[in-house]
Each structure stands twice: as structure tokens, then as C-alpha cells.
Design a protein around this ligand. Structure first.
Ligand SMILES: Cc1cc2nc3c(=O)[nH]c(=O)nc-3n(C[C@H](O)[C@H](O)[C@H](O)COP(=O)(O)OP(=O)(O)OC[C@H]3O[C@@H](n4cnc5c(N)ncnc54)[C@H](O)[C@@H]3O)c2cc1C
Length: 302
């Protein structure tokens, strides 16, 4: 017999929190778009609890906003913003283009119309995570009493260390600091999956940085997903800082990336395959920036 489920639709965060205070963790779950949850329930990987607390009526979590924080400009993306709305948003297209590209490459339009940024991140393996990590994104949570702020990278490391046990908090939004764009800036997002779209990715990479007229890399941030958790590649970033692009540099960083990126094997790809793919994707993006800046011809002409 199918047990009747109670679906709650609070219109503010405090009410959403209140509903679960008298329930055991096994008796409820928060639902955003429900696309990930539905696949878990249908595949019997998770049991559908008797109370579903939908967050979709909470309008304050559906906005993309720009604000000033301690004199710094920042963009916050509400956890209920759908992937489709991220793709259309002019602020995100201008300042967070890797995030827009990540959303564009997730599933089919029908899923993207309901799937949210919060749900994608909360799974800890969503394709949007590397695109946030390169911006040192901060997550803002409601814990029942107050708001908490946590670096996304620290949240991911904590999850892995605690064997994926999640505390019960509501993710409100994710914020990143932004700078004025300059001609030296570059950014990218790449995904390799088993097919073009509709399937989970094997690996994802995101990057941003600057390359000046002399072909020197600065402030490069790199992140990759496809391992236990998506993470920044900080050793490779340090090697690139203030270093002039050259074929030698790319040869040096290739093994650095394969060493630093902690991939896991799965039924579809070995960890070595994923490491090599991530290194190739990153190097081809950096090479393109350097070459587009006169890289190879500068060397040939010098
Ligand atoms: C056909 C198909 C293809 C897919 N392809 C991809 C893909 O290519 N790349 C990819 O990354 N993902 C993919 N997904 C997975 C998934 O749809 C997306 O990750 C989606 O963004 C999840 O968002 P959602 O709003 O539907 O999350 P939900 O299913 O509503 O929730 C996911 C989890 O997050 C929790 N949660 C949601 N919001 C909050 C919140 N605000 N606070 C606290 N907890 C919260 C829920 O309790 C649940 O545990 C695919 C799914 C399907 C069905």
C-alpha cells in the first residue's frame, strides 16, 4: 500500500524550519525542484519520507542579486533559482560565465526548468560546483536560529571527512565577489560525459584568471569535479602565478594536475582516464589563451 505523503509549502524559511522541528530526520526532507530526489526514489536508492517540505514558495530564495559587502561587490544566487533562469540571467552571463555554461550543459531543458542551483550543490557532485569554487563561493545557511556562512570548499572537505553526513540546515544562497572585467580576463567551463548531455558527467573543469600582454598568467583559479568531491587545484594555481606561458610550462603542469586531481574510478572510466582528461582540458584552455595572446608566434619570432 502506498502511504499518503504530506506536502508542505511554506512561504518563508522560518516556517520551513518550524515544520521539521517535531519530525524525525527519517520522516521528512526538503525538496527544491525534486529532480534528483525523484531519481533516487524511483531507483529505490532512498525512501520517500512521509513529509515533503517544498521550498519552491520561498520567494526570497529565488533571486539573483548584486550587493555591496564591506565595500566589495558581490552577486548572490538564491538556492531556489532554477538552472534555466541562471542561463538567462544577464548578471551571471557577464560575471559568472562558467556557471552559465555549467547550467547549460546539465540535463535537458525540461529538467533545467525545475532543477535548482541549491539542489545541484547539495548533492555535492553537481556540475555547477567547480564553477562556484573558482570564485571562492560562500554558502549561506539557516540553522533554525541564525544564518551561517561557510566557504563552499570547506563545506565539501567537511562532508568528505564526516562520511557524507549532512546536518539539517537550509541552504539560502551562494555568494561570490566580483571585480570589474578587464581585457586580460579569461574563464572557461568544460564537461566530459558519457554522452553529450542527459547523463552525469565523468569530469568537469572550470577556470578563470588573467593573462597579460607579455603572456604571463596571474590570479588563475582552477577546479575540477569527477573525484570524491569537486576541489580547487591549488598547487597548479601556484605554479602558474606570475609565470610566462610556454610549452615548457604546460609540460610542467600536466603531471602536476594529474597528481593533484584526486579522481575515483567508476564503472565507466578509470581514475587515470579522468586525471588525463582533466589535465588535457585545462592545458588546452590555457594554451588557447596563451596562443590567442601571440604565444607560439611570439616564441617563434623571438
Ligand atoms: C535526467 C537527469 C539528468 C541529470 N543530469 C545532470 C547533469 O548533467 N549534471 C548534474 O550536475 N546533475 C544532473 N542531474 C541531477 C539533478 O537534476 C540536478 O543536480 C539538479 O540541479 C538538482 O536540483 P533539484 O532542485 O531538482 O534538487 P532536489 O532533487 O529537490 O534536491 C536534491 C537534494 O538537495 C536537498 N536540497 C535541495 N534544496 C535544498 C536547500 N535549499 N537546502 C537544503 N537542502 C536542499 C534535497 O533535500 C535533496 O537531498 C540530472 C538529473 C536528471 C533527472
Amino acid at each position: 500500500m502506498i502511504e499518503p505523503k504530506k506536502i508542505w509549502r511554506p512561504n518563508n524559511v522560518k516556517d520551513a524550519w518550524e515544520i521539521q522541528t517535531n519530525l524525525k530526520p527519517s520522516e521528512y526532507c526538503f525538496v527544491s525542484g525534486g529532480t534528483w530526489l525523484r531519481t533516487q526514489w524511483e531507483a529505490d536508492l532512498k525512501e520517500m519520507p512521509s513529509n515533503l517540505i517544498s521550498l519552491e514558495q520561498i520567494h526570497e530564495m529565488k533571486e539573483v542579486k548584486e550587493s555591496l559587502s564591506f565595500g566589495r561587490r558581490e552577486i548572490s544566487v538564491g538556492s531556489q533559482v532554477t538552472l534555466a533562469n541562471c542561463i538567462k540571467h544577464p548578471l551571471l552571463s557577464e560575471y559568472l560565465s562558467p556557471l552559465v555554461e555549467a547550467c547549460r550543459q546539465i540535463a535537458a531543458p525540461s529538467i533545467r526548468n525545475v532543477a535548482t542551483i541549491g539542489g545541484n550543490i547539495y548533492t555535492a557532485s553537481g556540475d555547477t560546483i567547480p564553477a562556484f569554487l573558482i570564485h571562492n563561493a560562500r554558502m549561506h545557511w539557516f540553522n533554525g536560529k541564525q544564518m551561517e556562512t561557510e566557504l563552499m570548499e570547506e563545506w565539501l572537505i567537511g562532508l568528505q571527512a564526516n562520511e557524507w553526513r549532512r546536518d539539517q540546515r537550509i541552504l539560502i544562497d551562494i555568494s561570490v565577489e566580483i571585480d570589474e572585467r578587464s581585457n586580460d580576463d579569461f574563464s572557461f567551463f568544460q564537461k566530459v560525459g558519457r554522452r553529450e548531455t542527459f547523463t552525469a558527467s565523468l569530469v568537469t573543469v572550470a577556470g578563470k584568471g588573467k593573462i597579460n600582454k607579455e603572456g604571463t598568467f596571474q590570479e588563475v583559479s582552477l577546479a575540477a569535479g569527477g573525484g570524491p568531491i569537486p576541489l580547487r587545484l591549488s598547487h597548479t594555481e601556484s605554479e602558474l602565478q606570475n609565470t610566462e606561458g610556454s610549452e615548457d610550462l604546460f609540460e610542467t603542469i600536466f603531471p602536476m594536475i594529474t597528481k593533484e586531481f584526486n579522481a575515483t574510478s567508476d564503472p565507466f572510466a578509470t581514475s587515470n582516464y579522468k586525471k588525463t582528461t582533466v589535465a588535457n582540458l585545462i592545458i588546452s584552455e590555457l594554451f588557447e589563451q596563451w596562443d590567442g595572446n601571440g604565444g607560439v608566434s611570439n616564441v617563434a619570432g623571438s
